[in-house]
Design a protein around this ligand. Structure first.
Ligand code: SOE
Length: 394
C-alpha cells in the first residue's frame, strides 16, 4: 500500500517558516511517517519575497492571501508561523474550513484566546499541535522517559533557564517581538513559554507563581527591515519598547516540587542557552540545549564511591527519535526537533491519534504565563487556573 499524502499550507516564511519548511522537506525521507507531506503552498504578504522563499525551501506554489488558502479544498494541514497576534484569527479560519492545524508558540496572546482556539479545534474534530519543538530533543524526551520509569522518584526541584543576548545592543530596532500588540509579551511569551511547557511536561501542573519582570532598554530605533533570522536593520526615529526584556519567577508545583524560571534576552554570551535541572529523591537530571545531544544523570542509588553526574549521549537507536537518524554518536541539531514534531503530527493524522503538545497544552502554558504577568504587576503570589478541556456544543 502506498503512503497517503497530506497537502500543507504554511503561513509565514521567515525564521520559523524556514525551520518548518526544512522539517517538511526532511521528514518523509528520514522518519518515514505514516503520511507524506506535500509542500503545496507557502503564504506571505510580500509576493516577491514569498516566491523567493518558496523557491529556496521547495514549495510548489505561493500566495499572499492566507484567507483564501486556508479554505482551499486541496489543503489538509495549515501550519502557522506568523506573529503571535495573528495565531488565533488564522487558526479559527483554518478550523472553520476543517483543516488540521499546527501553530507556532506561544499559541495565542493570552489564556482566553488559547482556550477559544483549543475549544474550536476540538469542535472541528481535527488534529491540533502547538510547536513547542524542544519536547522533541531526544535528550529531553529521554528525561521524560526516565521520569516516567520512576528513576528520579519524588521530584523536589525544577530549575529552568532560557538565556539569550540578541537584543542587548540598545540600537537593535523595534522588531515585532518587542511590540506588545504583535507579540503579547517579550522574553516571557517567547522563551519563558518554552521552559514552562517543558516543566509542565516533565514535572506536572503548577499551582502558584510569584514573578518579577523588567524592561532594561525602554526606547529603541524604529524598524527598517528584517532578515531571515532574528537580525534587523534600524530606521530613523525612536519608539517605546512595550514588552519585558527579562522575567524571573518562583513556582509551586501541584506535586509539591518547588520551581524557578528565568528567561532573559540580556544574558551576554548566552545565544540560545536554555536548560533545566530536576532534582528528585532517587536522582537528578540536567539538560543544556547548547549541548543538546547530552543528558546529565546522577543516580543516588549508585554505590557512594561511584557517585557523580554521568553524561548520556542520547544518540543511540534506543533513544527517542534517534532510530531515524545516524549510528550512535553521530549527533543531531536544532532543526531535527522540528522534523520530529512534524513527523509526530503526520503520524497522528494518519493513525487518528492525539498529537502532543496540543492546543490544550498550549493553553496550560498560557495559564502560567498570564499568572506570572499578573504576579509581576501586583508584586505577589498568584494562583494558576486549571485548564480542563471543555466539551463544546457545535
Ligand atoms: C527568539 O527568541 C527565538 O527564535 C524564539 O522565538 C524561539 O522560540 C526559540 O526557540 C529561539 O529563539
Amino acid at each position: 500500500m502506498s503512503t497517503p499524502q497530506l497537502n500543507i499550507a504554511l503561513i509565514g516564511y521567515k525564521f520559523m517558516g524556514k525551520a518548518h519548511s526544512n522539517a517538511f522537506r526532511q521528514v518523509a525521507r528520514m522518519m518515514n511517517p505514516a503520511a507524506e507531506p506535500v509542500m503545496k503552498t507557502l503564504v506571505g504578504r510580500n509576493a516577491e519575497a514569498v516566491q523567493a522563499a518558496a523557491a529556496q525551501f521547495g514549495w510548489q506554489k505561493t500566495d499572499t492571501d492566507w484567507r483564501k488558502v486556508v479554505r482551499r479544498k486541496e489543503i489538509d494541514i495549515v501550519d502557522i508561523c506568523t506573529a503571535n497576534d495573528t495565531h488565533m484569527e488564522i487558526t479559527l479560519a483554518a478550523l472553520r474550513a476543517g483543516k488540521h492545524v499546527i501553530c507556532e508558540k506561544p499559541l495565542a496572546m493570552n489564556l482566553k484566546q488559547a482556550v477559544k482556539m483549543a475549544q474550536a479545534a476540538d469542535a472541528a474534530g481535527v488534529k491540533h499541535m502547538v510547536m513547542h519543538n524542544y519536547r522533541a530533543c531526544p535528550a529531553v524526551a529521554l528525561a521524560k522517559q526516565m521520569i516516567e520509569e520512576g528513576r528520579l522518584g519524588r521530584i523536589y526541584h525544577w530549575r529552568g533557564t532560557y538565556l539569550q543576548d540578541w537584543i542587548m545592543d540598545p540600537d537593535f530596532p523595534l522588531v515585532w517581538r518587542l511590540d506588545k500588540h504583535a507579540a503579547g509579551s517579550g522574553a516571557h511569551g517567547d522563551i519563558n513559554a518554552h521552559i514552562i511547557d517543558i516543566a509542565l511536561w516533565l514535572v506536572g501542573a503548577i499551582d502558584e507563581v510569584c514573578a518579577t519582570m523588567e524592561t532594561f532598554i525602554k526606547e529603541r530605533p524604529l524598524l527598517g527591515g528584517t532578515d531571515a533570522g532574528l537580525g534587523a536593520q534600524a530606521a530613523a526615529g525612536k519608539g517605546a519598547v512595550t514588552v519585558d526584556d527579562a522575567v524571573i519567577s518562583l513556582a509551586r508545583f501541584r506535586n509539591g516540587a518547588l520551581g524557578t524560571f528565568e528567561a532573559t534576552r540580556f544574558a551576554g554570551g548566552r545565544k540560545n542557552g536554555w536548560g533545566f535541572e530536576i532534582n528528585g529523591e532517587k536522582g537528578s537530571i540536567a539538560f543544556n540545549f547548547e549541548r543538546m545531544n547530552e543528558l546529565q544523570y546522577f543516580n543516588r542509588e549508585d554505590p557512594a564511591h561511584l557517585q557523580g553526574f554521568r553524561t548520556i549521549l542520547a544518540t543511540d537507536a534506543s533513544h527517542p527519535y534517534m532510530a531515524s537518524w545516524w549510528p550512535a554518536g553521530h549527533i543531531i541539531g536544532y532543526e531535527h526537533t522540528f522534523t520530529h514534531m512534524v513527523g509526530n503530527f503526520l503520524n497522528a493524522v494518519a493513525h487518528d491519534e492525539h498529537p502532543h503538545p496540543d492546543f490544550w497544552d498550549g493553553a496550560r502554558v498560557h495559564a502560567v504565563l498570564d499568572a506570572m504577568s499578573k504576579s509581576a504587576a501586583a508584586r505577589r503570589w498568584v494562583g494558576v487556573p486549571e485548564v480542563v478541556p471543555q466539551p463544546v456544543l457545535v
